[in-house]
Design a protein around this ligand. Structure first.
Ligand SMILES: [Zn+2]
Length: 311
């Protein structure tokens, strides 16, 4: 597939690029769908996102332009359906999507019913996509609530990864929960180094025993931490468009993913919140290639990193 991938990049050929196997390992399931798919179903047009100065602005925009139209359990399932359809249509073969503990409220608090719904949606809309269902904790929720929720999710023997988002520093408080998930053999990840420092990336990886980091781009500020991440084979699931539109990075042509790659850190390319940022995995590869920071062969190596990382 290397040859086809390089040819598709060089020819700016999106239909061909969609046929080539890719991964998406940083995908917040409820925000993983294509906004035109969702818009068509609800008879609305979701506008183009502006550039946000921070997460708060993004959440506000989401609350005004998307959330009011997609309601209840049916709306929840439509969002997940859209995410599976998006992955399938974009040639994503390995998909790690995370589900927040609180989303179980859409199923009357029954994790079992939630899992049944996820299995059915996967089988119906993307049966050929290798699906890695993930659990997401919010670091600003009370520990006991997250702990109880995690127990219930783990009891299903269905979820295969654990992630945490929110205040990056607060994630470290959830060490005991990560240990529980590790004992069950889950892939461990955390959102860190998007807003926080390189040092925090290393601390989170050490203390939470992470296999992968969501974003982690701040690591590019430290040569020694990049070497450490490389030596320990930690994977950084980077989302270039999210970083640009959340004002973490000025533009694609100065994105630190290139520095991370050049320093031997294993990186992958992902969507984060497709329904907001509207850039598929295929388009993310074009954005990086057209910015002139990567050779096509290098991007192919990044594509292969992702296909290997998820399994
Ligand atoms: Zn994220």
């Amino acid at each position: 597939m290397k040859h086809e991938f390089i040819k598709a990049l060089e020819n700016n050929d999106l239909p061909e690029m969609k046929k080539i196997p890719k991964s998406d390992l940083h995908n917040h399931a409820t925000r993983g769908g294509n906004k035109r798919y969702i818009g068509k179903y609800y008879g609305i047009t979701i506008p183009k996102h502006p550039k946000f100065n921070n997460l708060h602005e993004m959440n506000q925009w989401n609350s005004q332009n998307i959330k009011p139209f997609i309601k209840g359990r049916a709306g929840y399932k439509k969002r997940i359906e859209a995410a599976f359809v998006q992955a399938k249509n974009d040639g994503v073969k390995v998909l790690d999507m995370c589900f927040e503990i609180g989303e179980v409220s859409e199923f009357g608090g029954s994790v079992e019913r939630m899992v049944q719904a996820l299995k059915s949606l996967h089988n119906t809309f993307a049966p050929n996509v290798t699906f890695i269902p993930g659990i997401a904790l919010g670091s600003y929720y009370p520990m006991d609530e997250m702990s109880r929720g995690l127990e219930e999710f783990l009891a299903q023997d269905y979820f295969k990864s654990l992630d945490i988002y929110g205040e990056e520093e607060d994630a470290l408080k959830f060490k005991s929960l990560f240990r529980k998930a590790k004992d069950k053999g889950l892939i461990l990840k955390a959102h860190v180094g998007e807003f926080g420092s390189a040092e925090l990336v290393q601390r989170a990886v050490e203390e939470l025993e992470l296999n992968q980091v969501q974003h982690g781009i701040a690591a590019a500020n430290s040569k020694s931490i990049m070497r450490w991440l490389s030596d320990n084979k930690i994977i950084l699931n980077v989302c270039p468009t999210s970083n640009v539109y959340l004002s973490r990075v000025e533009d694609y042509n100065v994105h630190p993913i290139k520095i991370l790659y050049d320093n031997g850190v294993k990186v992958t390319v992902n969507t984060d919140d497709m329904i907001i940022f509207d850039a598929s995995v295929s388009e993310e590869f074009f954005n990086l290639y057209n910015a002139g920071i990567f050779a096509a062969e290098e991007l192919n190596e990044i594509r292969e990193n992702g296909l290997r990382a998820g399994i």
